[in-house]
Structure formats: C-alpha cells, structure tokens
Design a protein around this ligand. Structure first.
Ligand code: GRF
Length: 189
C-alpha cells in the first residue's frame, strides 16, 4: 500500500471522505500525514479524531516558500510519503516539492478545468452564468490548476442555483470521486 500525505487548509471534508474510504476498505492507502498551513483549521480536528499525525505551519514563520516547503519535505521523508494528495490546500506548490514528487502530486478542483481555475471556482461559474460545471482531479504542476487532467465529472447548473446548492452538489461529487480515482491511481503505479 502507498503512503500518502493529504494537504488541506480548511474544513477537510475531502480529507474525511478519503479517511472514510480507507476505513471501509474501498481505498487502499496509508494516510500517514496531514499537512495544514492554517493553525486552527477544522481539518486538524478531523486528523486528531482519526489519530492521523499532522504537521501544521504558518507561512509567516518562514522567510519564504522554499523554507517552509523544505520543512514539509523533511516531514514527508520522515514518513516515507510516496504521494501528495491536495484537498483544499490553498497554495501553489513550488519546485522544492515538485522536483521530489513529480507525477505524484494530485489535486481536486471544483470546476471543469480549464474553466474557472484559481480561487472561488463556484462563484466564478455562477458569475459567468454557466449552465454546467463539475469537478476535476489533476496532476499538479507549477501553474494554477494547469496540470494534466486525470478525471472529470460534469453537473448541470440549474436556473435557480444558489452558491450553497451548487457547492453541495459539487462537494457530494468530490467526496465520491476522489477516493475512487485515488484507488485507481495508487494501485496501478
Ligand atoms: C474543495 O471544493 C476542493 O475542490 C477545493 O477546495 C475545497 C476543499 O473543501 N480545492 P474541503 O476542505 O475538503 O471541505
């Protein structure tokens, strides 16, 4: 089984979906570490509740991105991490991590990339009055949501869609799709 680290900054509902899939046996992976850049984020509580070790940091405690990524790298090496699973990690990953984990970093994004990359993809879709959106899982490169696409799932946006209803639809898909795609990825390489 592959050793994975999940990177998250917020509530961690995708992290929870991954843990649930591991616990029920549909995802075969060792979730060995949570990396979080926001002290106080709810995802840390989820790690505690599930006895998953975590590394939490504040970027402001480091002189630059290279410095905190080197520190993360040390944590990843200590745990023999093979794959990085970004799940709501609100930062671009730089070459410090990419060079060590090329092709082994994945991300989930709440739109049909290349449409609506970056922050607030759900708001962007509503603003654009798009009639569909969805979820994309992709490999991570240096760009903002630009890496090769692994899987996508489309949803219709209804005429009376609200931010809340669209977010709920998208998150429901994310929670099902991410564990399924991770299982394929981690067991075929
Ligand atoms: C998800 O919608 C994911 O697509 C995006 O950030 C959100 C994280 O949500 N990258 P959560 O913290 O997993 O609830």
């Amino acid at each position: 089984m592959k050793n994975i680290a999940v990177f998250a900054s917020g509530s961690g509902s995708n992290f929870q979906a991954i843990l649930d899939a591991v616990n029920e046996g549909s995802l075969q992976a060792n979730v060995k570490l949570l990396v979080c850049d926001r002290p106080g984020a709810y995802v840390i509580e989820r790690a505690e509740q599930n006895s998953i070790p975590y590394f939490v940091f504040s970027a402001k405690d480091f002189p630059n991105k290279e410095a905190f990524e080197l520190r993360i790298l040390q944590e990843l090496k200590n745990e023999d991490i093979e794959y990085l699973v970004l799940a709501g990690y609100m930062r671009l990953v730089s070459l410090t991590l990419l060079a060590e984990y090329t092709g082994h970093i994945v991300n989930i994004h709440p739109s049909l990339l290349p449409s609506f990359p970056g922050k607030d993809a759900i708001g962007q879709a509503l603003e654009a009055q798009a009639n569909k959106s969805g979820v994309t899982i992709h490999f991570v490169d240096e760009g903002m949501d630009t890496g090769p696409i692994i899987a996508q799932q489309t949803i219709e946006i209804d005429y009376n869609e609200t931010r809340k209803s669209l977010q709920d639809k998208i998150q429901n898909i994310e929670h099902q799709l991410y564990p399924v795609i991770l299982q394929k990825l981690l067991t075929c390489q």
